[in-house]
Design a protein around this ligand. Structure first.
Ligand code: WT7
Length: 638
């Protein structure tokens, strides 16, 4: 065994040490030295990185402006466009001919885009968008599956300074509608359908339904993928391939010169209450933060084939499928379909065929593949893999060990990266040279100051649970909630306002070695298969059904999916709970929100536990569902 589970250092618990060859081969700096440097002078640390690794049209006046906290600004006064770094500059070097994206469709069709080809496509689509009236600062909603055109659409928006708002292709009508309306998007880019497990997800049909009620969209661009008949509205709807062969599709489109702090995109994510929040990221800081973290944590090199198996519709895909790898000039692999289709070894076949060197996925996917046993991965040559990664929720040690032993053959360290839509980049994560503990995301990335504190903000004792807090700003941090700056302050900066700390909304423990163990959300966010869902959104989907008067949903632990949703409904007068209605309500949530939001069970109740001020006490429901003590009930109304 190359990596040994040894006793040589004093680290406590189950520890995996990287092999000397992993440490030596990794082109990454020494963590402790760099972390010390960053601690000494944060602005100098990021400023040096930003100077050495990226191209700016004009330099900044200040690396960090904290005069108006928590509205931090980075690389203030600099001119840049992330596309200049992700595409334009590569046209001048041999990277031009390197594969940017290797793609395989679920039916088995394959495409490769070199940087040159990708740039060509992006430039043309950027000029199409311009011709459709999209300008700097305009919002474009993108509702697609995992196809290369999704990446092209995102990059084309960025190139002309438009703000993309990608809506995950697994969401449905209501979720899409809300996000279009909140962002006031002008243009929607979608596709006829997406392949999933041999079936077609009818994206255009869902989009059409949403557009019956969404007033802001003037133009819809549809990519042809699955080929079934779809309804096209005359004067509003165009085919991507038609537009791309028109004279309006010009390959020499210039890249818009942007301020470093100009918006790059918004991405909706679920919070504690109410509607989803539009998290805003910018061109300059986001570029520096995402590319630097990817380079150091996954040690990306020119000959790597990097596979981030997330969906581009979530932040993982934005940062680590689309932007960071392209800025680094890396080769990324994208697979369209389901991991187990048509057989449970589809992923392993892909690793073998493309010689994937780094695989980054979610614990839920690992657990899902684990169920099918070792014989499926063992049929394939997985020896190209040299690093593995995990993200989205705490990884349970059994899944960690399986991933490490069966997929990594005990050679490949596992980078368990903790971060959020809001943070934009990895925050707590190992580097390949660090000793690992299964289930811990280890230590903060250099320059990130993290702690675990109690109600008053005092650090808790080792191994005790507390609030995770982030004590200083970082370049890829969200800048605000688009259209709702008050909520930005309230949601993230008010809990420890005096100290000026950011509250991610997770609870955690820190062990005696300083390793951080993230436990889970402290708010009403539920992580289902790593997807972030808000109780409020699922509840409002339920009450939009004519039979439901009130609804409450909770997350309960599930072996495969991390958590599943349980719902409690009070029916309107004259309706009776039944198995048939339960089924109908599940389908309704699926139709409104998307399949991932479907409750596993719905209980029909007469009452819901509420505080005197009328807030549903989900804690009481959860304790009851799990057969635990319901705890302090003094605030319960009845
Ligand atoms: C929440 C953020 C960041 C990309 C995907 C999710 C949980 C994320 C880990 C991890 C334990 C994790 C947290 C966090 N989470 N990564 N490695 N270990 N928990 O982004 O949808 O914004 O969700 O995911 O609870 O707050 P997101």
């Amino acid at each position: 065994m190359v990596i040994r589970n040894g006793q040589q250092t004093q680290l406590k618990g189950e520890v995996f040490y990287p092999a000397p060859e992993v440490i030596e081969a990794a082109h990454i700096p020494d963590r402790d030295r760099v972390a010390a440097e960053a601690q000494q002078n944060l602005a100098e640390f990021w400023g040096k990185i930003a100077t050495e690794n990226f191209e700016w049209y004009e330099p900044w006046e200040r690396v960090l402006d904290d005069s108006n906290e928590p509205f931090y600004e980075w690389f203030v006064g600099a001119k840049v466009n992330i596309i200049h770094n992700a595409l334009d500059r590569h046209m001048r070097t041999e990277t031009r001919n390197r594969a940017a994206i290797i793609w395989e469709g679920e039916p088995g069709d394959r495409r490769v885009y070199t940087y040159q080809m990708l740039n060509h496509e992006v430039s043309k689509f950027a000029s199409v968008l311009r011709a459709l009236g999209v300008g700097k600062g305009d919002r474009v909603t993108i509702y697609m599956g995992r196809v290369p055109e999704l990446v092209v659409a995102m990059l084309a928006c960025a190139k002309i300074g438009a703000i993309h708002s990608v809506v995950y292709g697994g969401f449905s009508t209501e979720a899409l509608l809300q996000r279009i309306e909140d962002s006031h998007s002008k243009v929607l880019v979608t596709q006829d359908g997406a392949w999933l497990r041999g079936n077609i997800v009818e994206l255009k049909k869902i989009a059409n339904e949403a557009l019956e009620r969404a007033g802001t969209i003037q133009t819809v661009v549809t990519v042809k993928r699955t080929g079934q008949d779809v309804e096209m509205v005359h004067g509003r709807d165009y085919w991507y391939h038609d537009l791309m062969t028109q004279p309006i599709a010009v390959a020499s489109t210039p890249t818009e010169v942007m301020d470093a702090e100009d918006p790059l995109y918004i991405l909706y994510t679920s919070g504690t209450t109410g509607k989803p929040k539009a998290i805003l990221h910018t061109h300059g800081g986001y570029m520096v933060g995402t590319a630097t973290t990817l380079k150091w944590v996954f040690d990306i090199r020119p000959d790597d084939v990097w596979w981030c198996a997330a969906d581009p519709g979530w932040v993982t895909g934005h940062s680590y499928i689309v932007y960071a790898p392209l800025v680094l000039g890396a080769t990324g692999f994208i697979y369209e379909g389901a991991p187990t289709y048509p057989y449970p070894d589809r992923w392993w076949e892909l690793v073998e065929r493309y010689g994937i060197t780094i695989l980054y996925t979610a614990p839920t996917a690992i657990r899902g593949l684990m169920r099918f046993g070792e014989s499926w991965p063992n049929r394939h040559d997985l020896s190209s893999l040299r690093l593995l990664g995990s993200v989205g929720e705490p990884i349970n040690p059994e899944a960690w060990r399986w991933y490490y032993r069966v997929i990594g053959k005990e050679r490949t360290p596992i980078m368990d990266t903790w971060w959020q839509t809001e943070t934009g980049m990895f925050m707590i994560t190992p580097l390949p040279s660090m000793p690992l503990k299964p289930g811990s995301a280890t230590l903060p990335f250099p320059g990130i100051d993290v702690d675990v504190v109690d109600d008053e903000g005092k650090p808790v004792e080792p191994n005790e649970e507390g609030y995770l807090v982030i004590k200083n700003p970082w370049p890829a941090m969200l800048r605000t909630i688009y259209g709702d700056p008050d909520r930005y302050v309230q949601q993230y900066w008010s809990r420890f306002e005096e100290q000026g700390w950011y509250l991610p909304g997770d609870s955690a423990r820190k062990d005696e070695d300083g390793y951080i163990w993230v436990i889970g959300r402290i708010d009403d966010v539920i992580k289902v298969s790593g997807y972030r869902l808000g109780t409020a959104e699922v509840e409002s989907a339920l009450v939009s059904h004519p039979t439901v008067a009130e609804a409450a949903v909770i997350g309960v632990p599930d072996e495969l999916r991390g958590n599943v949703i349980r719902a409690y409904c009070i029916l309107r007068q004259g309706y009776e709970g039944s198995e048939k209605l339960e089924q109908e309500l599940k389908e309704h949530v699926g139709h409104e929100m998307g399949p991932i939001a479907k409750p596993v069970s719905i209980e029909f109740v007469r009452d819901l536990p509420k505080t005197r001020s009328g807030k549903i006490m989900r804690r009481v429901l959860r304790a009851r569902a799990l057969g635990q003590d319901v705890g302090d009930l003094t605030t319960l109304a009845d």
